[in-house]
Write a protein that binds this ligand. Structure first.
Ligand code: ADP
Ligand code: ASP
Ligand code: MG
Length: 402
């Protein structure tokens, strides 16, 4: 049996935690399993690297950021291999170059394309525990890339798929996937199971417990995931194709505080304008979310949308650069906003779910800026200062509380 086990930053934050993880992996190894471990940088080390970079250059080149980021993961895998050796087990650490994990060229937001499994297989055949750096890859220029914040989950799932692993376990600092972030919503309940589709929406909409691309990849390759705590032995949450849970109308609530809103005011009301706006952003690799277009009046219209806060400056700059081609009056941006979403496969067949969410927010006297929906989710944009109150009220209104 081959197992892939991924441990996040808090799980390897200090010496004691590193030995805790080493022991958990050795337990599997001693049962005769092949063990592949994926690690994140220790604690908040990636954030520290960002501060160090910004202290030197407030807008560092993305290539150099990735070069810097890779240190974090490289440090934790080497220390882990040392800990396992100290415990008498043969282990080897490998980075993206050594494994050869190819990605697209987009620095800071690369996608995995191909993973060579040969080196890992060879090491496993020598009965070593193989410890791989999460989050990083290499592109066609042989430069380091990273997969986006939280990307180690995706490394783990991709490795599990490439190695046809029997299980892929994501160990973190909470007991599993909850109906909402348990740090924000004290009454949140742990889910026994959740479908890929629901998890994909939750993670895309702000539930940082799993990197959204890891869920996308798990669904594509049919890799069942277990999310559980590295600090206890509780069973965790299973993420899979069909989850046999009591079908709740809404299975989770997510909050994304990293979204900023951009409004382009006074665009020409003619065919092709939306295409031009989003095409110039796409060319810069800027992901756009909730989009709202006003009804045209006097030959002009407005388009608003949200982007990740790390992209706000580049978004405004790109639009300004294309001012001639797009022709608009002005751009407004707003940063103190939050995106609140409810997700649940049960919504498809139940009208009134959105109305209930709006009513709950109305009762809390919370104003909604923008709305976006799909078959299994409703998203609203609200003021960041209302976010804590809103998520708790909506969570409890749908009967999700413990
Ligand atoms: P790791 O470093 O292990 O990858 P992360 O910080 O990326 O850990 O993810 C775990 C965190 O995700 C938890 O501490 C929790 O605050 C947050 N979180 C957000 N939404 C959820 C949710 N629905 N269920 C569980 N945890 C969530
Ligand atoms: N260390 C990276 C981050 O902090 C990747 C990860 O933790 O998954 O975003
Ligand atoms: Mg994470």
């Amino acid at each position: 049996m081959l197992v892939v086990k991924k441990f996040g930053g808090t799980s390897v934050a200090d010496k004691e935690r590193i030995f805790n993880v080493a022991n958990r992996c050795i337990e599997d190894y001693k049962k005769g399993h092949d063990v592949v471990v994926v690690l994140s940088a220790m604690g908040k080390y990636t954030d520290e690297l960002i501060s160090m970079a910004q202290d030197i250059n407030p807008r560092p080149p993305k290539r150099e950021m990735d070069m810097l980021f890779t240190i974090g993961e490289q440090m934790s895998v080497a220390l882990m291999a040392m800990a396992m050796n100290q415990l008498g087990v043969s282990a080897v650490s490998l980075n993206a170059f050594q494994v050869t994990m190819r990605t697209t060229s987009a620095y800071g937001n690369a996608r995995l394309k191909r993973i060579d499994t040969e080196r890992i297989r060879t090491e496993l055949e020598c009965r070593k525990i193989v410890i791989v750096t999460g989050f990083q890859g290499i592109n066609k220029y042989d430069d380091y890339t990273t997969l986006g914040r939280g990307g180690s989950d995706t490394t783990a799932v991709a490795l599990a798929a490439a190695l046809r692993a029997d299980s892929c376990e994501i160990y973190t600092d909470v007991d599993g996937v909850y109906t909402a972030d348990p740090r924000l919503v004290p009454s949140a309940r742990k889910l026994k199971e959740i479908t890929y589709d629901e998890m994909l929406d939750l993670s895309t909409l702000g539930a940082g417990v799993l990197h959204n691309r890891s869920v996308e990849m798990a669904k594509k390759y049919g890799v069942p995931l277990v999310v559980r705590s590295s600090l206890n032995n509780r069973p965790g949450t299973l993420v899979k194709e069909d989850a046999k849970v009591e079908r709740m109308l809404v299975s989770g609530v997510a909050l994304d505080r990293n979204a900023d809103r951009v409004a382009i005011i006074g665009l020409k009301d003619e065919p092709g304008i939306a295409f031009k706006v989003f095409d110039c952003l796409a060319k810069k690799n800027i992901n756009v979310d909730v989009i709202l277009q006003s009804i045209g009046r006097d030959g002009t219209k407005d388009i608003s949308f949200t982007v990740d806060d790390g992209n706000i400056e580049e978004t405004v700059e790109t639009l300004e650069e294309n001012r001639g081609r797009l022709s608009f009056d002005r751009i407004e941006s707003e940063t103190k906003i939050a995106k609140l979403s409810i997700v649940g496969a049960g919504m498809i067949s139940h009208p009134g779910v959105a109305a209930k969410m709006f009513e709950t927010l109305y009762n809390e006297n919370i104003n909604i800026n923008m709305i976006s929906t799909s078959e299994i989710r409703v998203t609203v944009l609200i003021k960041d200062s209302d976010a804590d109150r809103a998520i708790n009220a909506v969570h409890d209104a749908f009967g999700l509380a413990e």
